[in-house]
Design a protein around this ligand. Structure first.
Ligand SMILES: [Zn+2]
Length: 103
């Protein structure tokens, strides 16, 4: 059971908390379908931000700085992977938000 963005927006704030957001993706090239949780993308984004801040704090130490940027490169790649077709690597995809009620 899932609801779409429109239905989700009609819910009360307390009802919204009971749902998890998921992106349903379809590749426009081969109709490959996959999905990922919005929270996964947010988690990667916040990790990148934290790393960037840590990198700034240690900017005088080139060793820490490069470790941080390596970690962020990997995280960016992970984030990109969520959004491209796992089959053909195309970023020509259609995304639809879906909301699932938490168990
Ligand atoms: Zn594809």
């Amino acid at each position: 059971m899932s609801i779409n963005e429109e239905e989700f927006n009609t819910l009360s704030p307390s009802e919204m908390k009971e749902y998890v957001k998921e992106w349903s993706c379809v590749c426009n090239e081969y109709s490959e379908k996959w999905h990922y949780l919005d929270s996964v993308e947010k988690e990667i984004n916040s990790q990148i931000q934290t790393n960037a801040l840590t990198g700034l704090a240690f900017c005088c130490n080139p060793c820490v700085g490069s470790t941080t940027s390596n970690a962020n490169t990997q995280l960016s790649q992970q984030r990109t992977k969520l959004k491209v077709c796992p089959k053909c690597g195309s970023s020509n995809v259609a995304k639809v938000a879906k909301y699932f009620k938490k168990q």
